[in-house]
Write a protein that binds this ligand. Sequence first.
Ligand code: SAH
Length: 214
Amino acid sequence: MDIESQRQAMIALIEERGVTDPRVLNAMRRVPREEFVADAFRDRAYDDCALPATEGQTISQPYMVAAMTELLAPGPSDRILEIGTGTGYQCAVLSLLAREVVTIERLPGLAESAAERLTRMGYTNVEFHVGDGTLGWPERAPYDGIIVTAGAPEIPQPLYQQLAMGGRLVIPVGDDSLQTLLLVIRGETGPEIHEVSGCRFVRLIGAAGWHDDA
Ligand code: SAH
């Protein structure tokens, strides 16, 4: 199968698994995932699984990217904060859906190659930062949506506080072996928390996350 057909098959599978938002599906149709995986995994770029990235990190499973993006529901005028830039794949999908994306990665090497890659590919509405994303990026707050692509022991309070009223936080919370994907909506009277599904991500490491990468 050529790469274009593989990408179409991946979208069909994501749709079959229950993601229906046409904006999300279209954005994922437009991002060439093969550009984000290590060369050795290029021919597996459209398998519906997480794949190794550099520095022991991973590029998330396409279905999970789609499901989390659908929950986040980024609108064309929204400012989105992403924690865990990684390869930049999720970030590329977000940049096609939102007005601007602020993304934070704790490992400088990953942040640098993601920034270089996305710039080369023509994604221009993204601001890259190296740092501890559990603290958010207060300079650009409030955010219409915040997406965390690593697993947290609990909801980091700085992130909740940087949400606009009505803003949405999508975050995996739990222990190392299994997390629950949460959708947290900031309301006038406090957070509205929806438990969405089980999932498994690498650790979110930082002041309001895990304190080591064991
Ligand atoms: N969204 C990525 C996948 C991310 S994997 C993609 O589409 O490729 C999780 C990433 O979170 C890793 O790169 C890891 O280094 C990063 N990370 C972990 N803790 C972090 C923190 N406190 N702040 C920012 N990034 C963090």
